[in-house]
Every structure is written in C-alpha cells, then in structure tokens.
Design a binder for this molecule. Structure first.
Ligand code: SOE
Length: 380
C-alpha cells in the first residue's frame, strides 16, 4: 500500500466527514494507495490539537501556507469556509499538490474559472466533494438513465429543504454560522443547498441552458457573531427556479432554510418517456422506479432497496439487505478519487465539472435580481 498523505484544512462538520472517509476507505475498498492523516490545519492551535487527537492526525499547522509548503503532504483537502477555497486551491495547485475541495467550488463563477485555469496548468488531480452523487441509490439512477431506460426525459424536479435559520435570534457569522454571512458563504441556500441539487441534475440529465428564479431573505438583519453589531443579512434564505435543460426537459428546483419540520429533505424526481425515478435523502438507500413496459396488471412503482452486491458500491460493504448511510458517500468519493489517480481516468466532479454548477448558481442569483430568464454560461 502506497501512502497518500493528507493535509486537511478546517475541522468543522466537513472536516469530520472527510476524515472519517479517509480512515475507513482502506478497510472496505481494494486500492493501491491508502490515506495517511498527516496533518490538520486550523488557526486555533488548541482546536487543531484536539481534532488531531480525536481523529488521528499526526501533526498540526496553524497556517495553511505552511501546510502547503510541507513536502510530506500529497493531498490538500479544503474543508474550510467558501471564501477560502480559491486562495488555498490556487496555492496548493502551484505547489503541485493534489486537491480535494469542499462544495461549492468558489464564491462565484469568475473565481471558479481562475481556479480551474491554474489547476489545468498544474495538471494536479482534483475533485469537489459533491457527495450525493455517490449514494448507491443515486448512482443506480445514473446507470438506469445512461442505459436509456427512461427514454426521452421530460421533467426534472428537485428540492432541498431545511428549517434551522427560522429564529431571528440566530446570529450570522463565525464558526458554524458562517453560512449566514454572505461575505464568507458567497450566497445562501443557492450555493449551499441548490448547488447539491444542481450538481446531481447536471450529472444525471446534462447541461442547463436557461433559468428564471426568485429568492427571498426573510430575516433582513441579524447580529454578527464577530462584530456583535446588528447587520444586514446578505444571503438568500430561500431560492426557487425554473430551468430548461439542453435535452429539452423542463425543471423546477427549490431550496429553503424555512421549511419547518424539514432538516435535510433533498429529493429529486425524473420523468421520462418510458419510466420515472424518484429519490429521497431521508430514505437514501432506496430508489423508486416506474417502468411503463411492465405488464399492465402488475405495473407500479418499484421500491428498490439498494443494498445488494451487484448494485453500486455495495459489494464493498456488508451482506445484501444491510443498509449504509450518509457518511459512506464520502468514503465512496475518496475511493473513486484514488481509483482515478491509479487508473489515470479522473473521477468527477473535477473542478471543471463543479464550475458548471457555479455558472448555474450565478444565473439563478442574477435572474432573481433581474426578474428575467437568464442564459447559463456554457462550460468550455
Ligand atoms: C447545510 O446545513 C449543510 O450542511 C450543507 O452545507 C451541506 O452541503 C449539506 O449536505 C447538508 O446541509
């Protein structure tokens, strides 16, 4: 086993999700490389030390530039807030490091383009953590679509609903709450939640040509954790848009952090000429599949429990019938990244793939301002 020495930047929710994946992948997948938790980097040395002790990182850094300068690090994993991604990724690429970057790729498309340019010149392996592609049921949906089982696609429908920012007392900014601070997050639910729906949609159903959107900021002012002052809220609390895909299908997308009772309800449904597919994150190991060719008397929605060895990723886990969960999508992502390095066929979404999602979120936010249909920039 060859070591793949990881330098992680950030220690929040995603730092934990990634670290867990690095630790588990070698136990379940047959790979020539194994991740080694070489160093974790955070500004606060005490927090970095505590994280390193809990997850098994061998050392810490408090300055990401020093982490990148180290020659005992192969992969820089960016799990810090959105406004740090570009600077770190560009420096890491110039230093010849492989890069894993948390979603969304960048604060906007223009920034994403610069990242893609530098990474292309540096020719370093790269990937963005859009993890939902690698839930086995979602990967099975991709296989069924690619086999042509749905035929011509007419409709794509996705939503991602949460309810954690309804209280006006919730401050913006700082650890855990930077997603509410537009200067750090870039946007609200559009870049945070819809970005997931868009990444999956582009993967399953191809590119989006144009969108028309509406956004709303329900709570206009919140206290800022870092300044202690009440400040304007710059993020979108809710965002919905209609889209036209290049294959002629029509779509609706919706996300909000104001859907009382919903914690992370990501769902999609796709309707084609010969069949339909539906998926729900709250029941993530199942895909609902309707096939019109079934004999009429028994035709109906099949509820497929994606846990068998001939279904995506599942032969690496337990015995048929036993389900896996959210964390495993990250393990699959690391496995695919490593297989990509070993085979020379990079696994997606690469930075270039993730730039296409930035172009869609840019068009959504623009349309919400102009109240017009907006064209989505074409990926080169
Ligand atoms: C927001 O609450 C969030 O954690 C997103 O940032 C993640 O990307 C999403 O997968 C779950 O929700």
């Amino acid at each position: 086993m060859k070591p793949l020495r990881i330098g992680l930047i950030g220690y929040g929710f995603m730092g934990r999700a990634h670290s867990n994946a690095f630790r588990k992948v070698g136990n379940f997948f047959d790979l020539q490389h194994t991740p080694v938790l070489q160093a974790v980097c955070a500004r606060d040395a005490a927090k970095a030390k505590a994280f390193a002790a809990k997850w098994g990182y061998q050392s810490i850094e408090t300055d990401w530039r020093k982490l990148i300068a180290r020659d005992d690090i192969d992969v820089i994993d960016i799990a810090s807030p959105n406004n740090t991604h570009a600077e770190i990724a560009i420096a890491a690429a110039k230093a010849g490091k492989m890069i894993l970057c948390e979603k969304p790729l960048a604060m906007n498309g223009a920034q994403g383009e610069k990242m893609v340019e530098v990474i292309a010149k540096a020719k370093v392996p790269n990937m963005v953590w859009y993890n939902y592609r690698r839930i086995p049921a979602v990967t099975l949906a991709k296989q069924l679509i690619d086999e042509g089982r749905l035929g011509r696609i007419f409709h794509y429908r996705a939503k991602f609903l949460q309810d954690w920012t309804i209280s006006p007392e919730l401050p913006q900014g700082g650890a855990g709450l930077w997603r509410l601070d537009v200067k750090v997050a870039g946007s609200g639910v559009t870049g945070d939640l819809l970005a997931h729906c868009i990444d999956t949609a582009l993967w399953l159903n191809g590119s989006i040509d144009s969108v028309t959107a509406m956004t709303e900021t329900f709570i206009k002012e919140r206290k800022h954790t870092l300044t202690g002052k009440v400040q304007k809220v710059g993020i979108d609390d809710a965002s919905a848009f209609l889209a036209r895909f290049s294959n002629g299908s029509l779509a609706t997308f919706e996300s909000t952090r104001y859907a009382r009772g919903h914690k992370a309800l990501y769902t999609f449904e796709i309707n084609g000429e010969h069949g339909s597919l539906a998926w729900d994150l709250h029941d993530l190991h199942r895909i609902q599949y309707f096939e019109h060719a079934d004999e009429g008397r028994v035709r109906g929605w099949r509820n497929i429990h994606v846990t068998d060895g001939d279904q995506p990723y599942m032969k690496n886990w337990w015995v048929p019938g036993l389900a896996i969960g959210y964390e495993h999508s990250f393990v699959h992502q690391v496995a695919d990244f490593i297989q990509g390095i070993e085979s020379g066929k990079p696994a997606g979404p690469t930075f270039k793939d993730a730039l296409a999602t930035e172009y869609v979120t840019d068009a959504v936010l623009k349309s919400a301002r102009t109240h017009k249909w907006e064209k989505v920039k074409k990926a080169r």
